[in-house]
Design a protein around this ligand. Structure first.
Ligand code: TYM
Length: 334
């Protein structure tokens, strides 16, 4: 018997223009892994509405995200790229999993606690967010979930939900594992290396958006927070987080080893480091920005790609959902 091909699933929210952390923590690994495994990448619009959204903005951002992912190198011939709300099984499976998930597991999630603290009125969907994420992953018999460090707790919860379901109803779900890179797991804000780079922080100079102009990128790196030292070395010391963050960005975009990078910067100052990192980022993002602008001129082509992706995703998710409902004792329609 030929061994089963490894299945990879990951998701990303259409909640604003992507930033360098999304690219280096997640998308770059999705692109690199194409070909040898079975890949699913999902634009998770149902997750995005767990905080209030303007309908016209959500619609625009969903198409922009599809264009940007393709411009980053996601190849719809090799990866099933689709929009979550196009595949109804996700919402339905979420409900089924809600009914095996203890409330206490959700109340403990750190992302929920942080996001809820920022809202005046917390929506039920925000608490339930990780169960929908579990449904996403489990419907595809996923083995690997390539993500940034901030998603680790959600993947662990997914494993707990799957194990609990399997314990109650018998072996149904594959238990997935998170795949988190050592470098790039947590790209930090340029203006504050103690905070994760995030698309929701609007402060100028915090994040590099994938469509930023070269001048904007140079501006942000020039002002990147470093420290009072001089040495340009990789380090776990929190006091040196700014320099370490710049070095990780350089590492992931140059493909060079850490010793080669340290040798390259030997004797140079932080000013040189910042300007070299800015230039390597500008060169890496140039084809992405150009590809994005080209694809945004072809909305019908984008919609066609997403329709094919949704068909491919449904072909996997729907039979899985039937199996789950059968295990739980539902009478299936004939
Ligand atoms: P989202 O949209 O916030 O982020 C998408 C991916 O980008 C990674 N990421 C980062 N990595 C390193 N450094 C950063 N500063 C940084 N910022 C973001 C995230 O870790 C993520 O991998 N809940 C998910 C979406 C989701 C999902 C899923 C993921 C829904 N269903 C199923 C995996 C599997 C989220 O909000 O990602």
């Amino acid at each position: 018997m030929t061994p089963r091909k490894v299945r990879v699933f990951s998701g990303i929210q259409p909640s604003g223009m992507l930033q360098l952390g999304n690219y280096l923590g997640a998308i770059q690994q999705w692109v690199a892994g194409q070909g040898e495994k079975i890949n699913f990448i999902c634009i998770v619009d149902l997750h995005t509405i767990t905080v209030p959204q303007e309908p016209a903005v959500l619609r625009r951002q969903t198409r922009e995200l599809a264009a940007l992912l393709i411009a980053c190198g996601i190849d719809p011939q090799q990866t099933t790229l689709f929009v979550q709300s196009h595949v109804r099984a996700h919402a339905e499976c979420c409900w089924l999993l809600n009914c095996v998930t203890p409330l206490g597991w959700l109340e403990r999630m750190t992302q929920y606690k942080t996001k809820a603290a920022r809202q005046e009125s917390v929506l039920t969907g925000l608490l339930d967010y990780p169960v929908l994420q579990a449904a996403d992953i489990l419907l595809y018999d996923t083995d690997e979930v390539p993500v940034g460090e901030d998603q680790k707790q959600h993947i662990e919860l997914t494993r707990d939900i799957a194990q609990r379901f399997n314990g109650i109803y018998g072996e149904t779900f594959v238990i997935p594992r998170p795949v988190i890179r050592e470098s790039g797991a947590r790209i930090m804000g340029l203006n504050d290396p103690t905070a994760k780079m995030s698309k929701s922080d609007p402060t100028r100079g915090h994040a590099i958006r994938l469509t930023d102009s070269p001048d904007e990128i140079r501006w942000a790196f020039k002002r990147a927070v470093t420290d009072a030292g001089r040495e340009i070395r990789f380090s776990d010391d929190p006091a040196r987080a700014g320099v370490n963050n710049l070095l990780q960005i350089y590492e992931l975009l140059s493909g060079l080893s850490r010793p080669a990078i340290e040798a390259h910067f030997e004797g140079k100052g932080y000013g040189a480091l910042k300007s070299e990192v800015a230039e390597i980022v500008i060169e890496a993002l140039r084809p992405i920005r150009e590809g994005f602008e080209r694809l945004m001129q072809e909305p019908a082509e984008l919609d066609r790609i997403l329709a094919i992706g949704a068909d491919q995703a449904r072909a996997v998710a729907e039979p899985k959902l039937v199996q789950v409902k059968e295990r739980m004792g539902f009478v299936l329609p004939t």
